[in-house]
Design a protein around this ligand. Structure first.
Ligand SMILES: Cc1cc2nc3c(=O)[nH]c(=O)nc-3n(C[C@H](O)[C@H](O)[C@H](O)COP(=O)(O)OP(=O)(O)OC[C@H]3O[C@@H](n4cnc5c(N)ncnc54)[C@H](O)[C@@H]3O)c2cc1C
Ligand code: FES
Length: 265
């Protein structure tokens, strides 16, 4: 059953860096039940842009029924959301998708969170929830991959995890991607959780297979309906899908988070 639209009120807006914005929204009780890895759909006021824009959940305060999203301006939809001010409203639907499988707290395992570019925001809520489940901070390590020195959110991860930085041009942290970061910082991972561009996720799938590490990856492909009805967002899966009866998975409904071995990248 599809979820009803909720008219969310903007409480705070912040520009985090260049074209990256953070919005704190008042989202009501249902949306604030979201778990890490889920996303919300945001609707434009411009009716020529009918399709909603999916944005990951960066943080939730269940008590206050508030949700934070962080996004980069990619086109007209995200630009419109970046112009919102406190008191303005946005139609949203959510929470959508499945979210990360959360393990039992075990201080002996090292949980490594890998966020690349605009895949970084959902890792913050995941880091918070892993930490609040009782996993000690030193057993949660976050590797954040930026393009250059224009970083965002890095300091906020320090509340819940040890933080390691990489950048494509070497301007901050080590030069390279998040897998280079794991290797060069000598991080030993038992469980990996990742979100970022497909080439990064492909590299993580190969790296974790080679090293026998369990990995959950979140795919951020283009979407249309966002609720599993149109098949615009399918990716190839190793197994036959119950819904489509072919080797497909709907990222919006079956994902966006998958165990790396479930999907073909
Ligand atoms: C599950 C999910 C979670 C997401 N979470 C975030 C998030 O937390 N923060 C964030 O900044 N963005 C996130 N995105 C991407 C975001 O949805 C798109 O950037 C947004 O829909 C673009 O809308 P627009 O109207 O601004 O741009 P459009 O005019 O629709 O597109 C502008 C350009 O961006 C490209 N584009 C659009 N969507 C995507 C996409 N999904 N992946 C790659 N390129 C795309 C288009 O091809 C085009 O070149 C997420 C996407 C998905 C599917
Ligand atoms: S966007 Fe329609 S099925 Fe996923």
């Amino acid at each position: 059953m599809s979820k009803a639209k909720y008219r969310a009120k903007v409480i705070e807006k912040e520009r985090l860096s260049g074209d990256i914005y953070s919005l704190l929204l008042n989202v009501g009780p249902e949306v604030s039940e979201a778990v890490p890895g889920q996303f919300i759909d945001l609707y434009s006021e411009d009716k020529s842009r009918m399709l909603p824009r999916p944005i990951s959940i960066c943080d939730v305060d269940k008590e206050k029924q508030q949700m934070r999203i962080v996004f980069r301006i990619a086109g007209a939809g995200t630009e419109e959301f970046s112009l919102k001010e406190p008191g303005d409203e946005i139609d949203i639907v959510g929470p959508l998708g499945n979210g990360y499988y959360m393990p039992e707290a075990d201080g002996n395992e090292c949980h490594v969170l890998l966020g690349g570019g605009i895949g970084i925001p959902p890792m913050l809520y995941l880091a918070k929830c892993l930490f609040e489940s009782g996993i000690p901070k030193e057993s949660i390590k976050t590797v954040l991959g930026f393009r250059d020195a224009d970083t965002f959110l890095a300091g906020e991860f320090e509340k819940y995890s040890e933080v390691y930085i990489t950048s494509d041009n070497g301007a901050v942290g080590i030069k390279g991607n998040v897998i280079d970061g794991i290797k060069e910082y000598g991080i030993k991972a038992d469980k990996i959780y990742a979100c970022g561009p497909t080439p990064m996720l492909r590299g993580i799938k190969a790296f974790t297979k080679e090293n026998g590490i369990s990995a959950q990856i979140s795919l951020e492909e283009r979407m249309a309906c966002g609720i599993g009805a149109c098949l615009a967002c399918v990716c190839k899966s190793e197994e036959v899908d119950d819904h489509s009866k072919v080797n497909n998975k709907r990222i919006c409904k079956d994902g966006p988070v998958f165990f790396a071995e479930e999907v073909v990248l």
